[in-house]
Design a protein around this ligand. Structure first.
Ligand code: ASP
Length: 439
């Protein structure tokens, strides 16, 4: 069986929902994972912020606007009177609950309950819509099988066992629909797989049932060789390996949740990225194969903080790096890039919530410089470190202010750190030097 995930834009308008129906309606049994309709999760996050800031009136306004929007969608989609009434009753209930929440006080738990409503709404509406269209569908509640453990990682054993039970006990259908993103935590409370987590839901289910293929349907023809938001004439990449896709997703390619390929890699389950608005386009196929060597794609990740740690006798005094890394471990802050010299280390983090505390600890034995607003520009491709054309990358050094370079950490990745105001220029220059010169 295949698992198909449709993102926010794919279910974000009546026209696109109709496209989704046409894509899935080929008589084959499949599992469909849905995101919330585009804009909904952001609106729910805003509502939560209003609760944090004690602004119930603004929250109620946002809730009412969203409520109206959902009623309009339901009316445009579900003409069958009985089904329309059933759907509106569900929608009303969700929005009544949201209104009640705004009068409560903020807690992380409340926030998680609020942001989970987007996927609950989209899947309920889509299930009814399919029924109206005569397609046999069944809703599988994600909260009954998708779970994370105390380290916030998916509890794969639980997911596998419970998904199998849930689908076995569900009414037989052609299309099984479930919510992306949402899950329960170790205490059984509502939680989630982080923003964009529906991709991860799809591959976790794919791995649990050893699916034939996992498809991620978005609004772009697969992963592009550069960031189309900043660079013109980017092209979709037809084939990527799991490693290449993971590096690109982690370092900023917004199309995929960074953890997406992790669950399916071991079993070699292919992941196909497709465009709901252009289903005939090839998209990107991610597998265990490396199709070619050399630089395949460039991605960039913003909001990076660089930390320079200077000490008179760094490398000669053994244990120095251990001392540094322990501080980051204590504050549960992952390090992305690292470079060293005899007297200093530079490293980067993207989660700066504990930055002040980390700096206080580091200052006990070193001098610290902080550079905020940096971007990691990451070049990915099989064996790029050894490829004959990789030297072209260094031609940009004369034009762009590069703060750090990470080369050789893996054969598939070279990363540059630049100030964010230089990011666009860096991406454009790399596009010219690498893809145009190579074309
Ligand atoms: N709805 C969630 C988000 O907007 C999860 C997802 O779409 O994958 O982040």
């Amino acid at each position: 069986m295949k698992v198909l995930k449709f993102g926010g834009t794919s279910v974000g308008s009546v026209e696109n929902i109709n496209n989704v129906k046409n894509i899935i309606n080929d008589g084959e049994q499949k599992i469909i994972v849905l995101s919330a309709m585009s804009g909904t999760t952001n609106a729910l996050v805003k509502i939560t912020n209003c609760i944090v800031n004690n602004e119930p009136n603004i929250a109620i306004e946002l809730i009412n606007d969203l409520h109206i929007q959902y009623f309009e969608t339901v009316d445009a989609l579900i003409s069958n009177k009985k089904l329309n009434k059933e759907t509106k009753a569900y929608v009303n209930n969700v929005f009544d609950v949201l209104v009640q929440y705004t009068y409560g006080s903020y807690s992380t738990q409340l926030e998680r309950k609020i942001v989970s409503q987007g996927e609950l709404l989209s899947t309920f509406i889509f299930d009814i819509y399919l029924r109206q269209e005569g397609i046999r569908s069944t809703l599988l509640p994600a909260l009954s099988f998708m779970r994370i453990d105390k380290t916030n990682e998916p509890d794969f054993f639980y997911i596998k066992q419970n998904f199998k039970t849930v689908i076995k006990n569900a009414a037989e259908a052609t299309i099984y629909i479930t919510q992306g993103f949402i899950c329960i935590d170790e205490h059984g409370e509502v939680s989630n797989l982080q923003r964009g987590g529906s991709d991860y839901t799809a591959t976790l289910i794919g791995a649990a049932i050893k699916a034939e293929e996992v498809q991620i349907w978005t609004d772009i023809d697969g992963m592009h060789n550069n960031d189309p938001r900043f660079v013109e004439h980017t092209k979709p990449i037809s084939n990527l390996s799991y490693e290449e896709a993971a590096e690109l997703a982690y370092f900023g390619a917004k199309i995929l949740h960074p953890q997406t390929v992790t669950p399916v890699k071991a079993d070699g389950i292919p992941v196909r990225l497709k465009n709901t608005m252009n289903p005939d386009a090839h998209g990107t196929l991610i597998t265990g194969n490396y199709t070619e060597n050399g630089i395949k794609a460039i991605a960039a990740k913003d909001n990076i903080t660089a930390i320079k740690i200077k000490s008179g006798r760094m490398l000669q005094s053994h244990g120095f790096l251990k001392k540094v890394f322990e501080i980051f471990e204590v504050f549960e802050t992952p390090i992305d890039m690292i470079t060293t010299s005899e007297v200093a280390i530079s490293l980067t983090i993207d989660d700066d919530r504990s930055l002040d505390k980390i700096v206080t600890e580091l200052e006990k034995f070193a001098l610290i410089d902080i550079d905020k607003n940096q971007s990691i520009v990451c070049l990915v491709g099989h064996s790029i470190v050894h490829h004959q054309d990789t030297f072209k990358l260094f031609q940009i050094l004369q034009d762009v202010k590069i703060r750090m370079i990470s080369y050789g950490g893996s054969n598939n990745n070279i990363s540059l750190l630049v100030p964010t105001y230089e990011k666009k220029a860096t991406l454009e220059r790399l596009q010219d030097y690498i893809f145009k010169c190579l074309a």
